[in-house]
Write a protein that binds this ligand. Sequence first.
Ligand code: SF4
Length: 863
Amino acid sequence: MTVTKTTCPYCGVGCGVLASPQHDGTVEIKGDPDHPANFGRLCSKGLALGETLSLGERLLYPEVNGQRTSWDRATALVAEKFNTAIAEHGPDSVAFYVSGQFLTEDYYVANKLMKGFIGSANIDTNSRLCMASAVAGHKRAFGADVVPCSYEDLEEADLVVLVGSNLAWCHPVLFQRLQAAREKRGTKLVVIDPRRSATAETADLHLAITPQSDVALFNGLLSHLCGEGKIDGQFIHQHTENVNATLVAANEWSLAKTAEACGLALPELEEFFSLFARHEKVVTAFSMGVNQSMSGTDKVNAIINCHLLTGRISKKGAGPFSITGQPNAMGGREVGGLANMLAAHMEIENPDHRVAVQGFWASPHMAAKPGLKAVDMFEAVHDGRIKAIWIMATNPVVSMPDSNRIAEALKACPFVVVSDLTANTDTARLAHVKLPALGWGEKDGTVTNSERTISRQRGFLAVAGEARADWRIMADVAKAMGFGGFDYASPAEIFAEHVRLTQLGNDGSRKLDLSAWVNADYEKQSPRQWGRARPFEDCRFQTPTGKARFVATPYVALPEQNMTLNTGRIRDQWHTMTRTGLAPRLFAHRAEPYVEISPQDATRLGLSAAEIVEVSSNTGRSLARALITDAVKPGSIFQPMHWNGSFAHASLANASSKAQVDPVSGQPALKSASVSMQRFAAAWHGFGISINHFTPKADYCAWRPISRGMAFECASAEVPKDWGVYLYQALGAGGEVTSLQSHDSKSFRCAVVKEGRLVFAFVASAAPVEVSRDWLQSRLGQQVNTLEVLAGRPQASSDDQGATLCACNAVGVKAIGRFIEANPTANLESVCTGTRAGTGCGSCRIEIRRMMHEAAKPLAAAE
Ligand code: SF4
């Protein structure tokens, strides 16, 4: 088999992947042992990549108004519509909304076309939702968007502080590296997160701060460090500025005031401050919990201030470290693919930079000012200022805040183009023109991960249908619009141009200089980090004075709100599920939309476990399953952002998020929406499995692929008059139907067997359905005992694995529980070896440890 070295297309860790297409059409996926990000490890999402490559959901041909067309016609139409809008309304009447899923070469061409040729900076990206606040914070402190750490710093640190980062679920391989370092050297871990996430469960100290109080916490820390004399006076004097004004502002933050603002007890706050003060080698890593906030940029600077004060920056094992969410958010930043950047770390507001880049591109119309950031861009679509928008490799109808308004805007927009690999996303459904893009296994280019390592993504599959590389689609449109400068024959040519641009006028004043790639063989290129491992170890920052800046960060508390909605990711899904949603095993861990709610709030709302809840605000509503847990505090709820119209009905988490943004970065505050919540009065709940796709009409409905078919969960306020009629689509397709019904019709069970095999089963009840879902799903397409199917569980309980916990090896909670019960003294390693759970990517080990802990409680009580 041919083995292709490529890079995972999901999170910002940027793991190396070995992909080997097999004779039977499948693709074997392994971690690349030589890649410096993962050294052979992959998480559950990466390991399942081979299961996401089917063509079933793919967009295979260009379409105009839903009709297949040729590339020539589609390209000409896009060029004509964009040219017309520009001629009639000016260059700012058009926009590109692109993606951190783009390869650097795609990003480069998009940025060049919009800023250098169309002459507008209306190009923004879904990375605005991910790390714009980190970018803005870096620029304020360092003068440039340069990440001052490397992954090995997490392994070299004595203390790691994770702020707003569920690293165990969102960057699992990096978390595994951290865990290995903790075992080896006893690294202390502090997690700062309002929610007790999976990561927080493993921490030495978890600070469940009041939502959005991070600025107060780090102002308090700065004040404490100063009071304790933990100051690197020489570093501050020689290499920083604005320390005094910052300290004056921070000094009001006494321990007591900080504890009160953050909702913490004094001892836990003192413990954190003391840990930070006494460890020289400390890395503060942060992610969406910091960035997705109305004070995101201030949070970033409040963190950086503490590192500058102590001189703990760009030293081995020390520094503030932004962990990016997307595979190429960093590459997009490097080419300038945000509305307020230019290119190659040059500034759009700097006339010298504009002249230099315009000369380099030989471009006719250079954007002279920043363009519209994501939220403002869609607002301009909504109010008609933007007449034509091209959305590439992203699904804003799901991922943007106030998602109903985004859909409204696109419906009203005169011309919407979507390039994507998936035919029917919530956004693609609203496009006039759909252009098929290459998928992960088909495209070639580069990506840059969170530690600035540039890796190759390489194609190893034949192109699907008539799909084309994004850079080529844009270059063809650019040429059709009448622009020169887009005659690229390969991504290698584009990358070479990007490399030359990083060198342009760069006398060392810009850290981003890819001179080392000038003579590199693009095809053979190995992963390589740009800049030094610690780019500021020379203490030369990119500000006009060469000094790093302290930034005073005033704290603004969240106003009183009914309930605070925190949205985020889960372990086994990626973004809007257009790819991970194709792999059945990635639904095993979390099968349907859910909301975490505290026991106190559940009691207040009269809510029982697994009932359906409605989350709403004045922007919209969503329905989801209630997961009652003390992981969230009263007044706060957590809802995953993944579910959308392709997998659920009425379950868009972002429907209830207002479009409020950080004033500096423009990043939306997706973790602190003010919402209301109430119990949904369901008259019945249902669960079903089907060989064929089946979507029942129900107020709440979520479906997922399973082996040999699909499963669905549903609930509704009204009981159907006749279950036979309600299920006609499934029951009327032939086969032997066996059913049971209660006299009040609220309870109904049926199984349909065709040619000796189970093709459909459905259970409805007044309360949330209690059946062994994983077992029932495993019976689909098999010869079955109909009575067992109607009971919803096997007669012998030992056959029941329970809900899958380990997605890699398909091990269920009941199987793990039985092993723990039979081996009460087994340690984590023995449980994992004995059950195979946790021996794949290792992400489920936290939950296995929790199960062991819970099982040990009664034993401890008995002793
Ligand atoms: Fe992909 Fe997982 Fe690695 Fe992220 S941690 S790059 S999702 S394999």
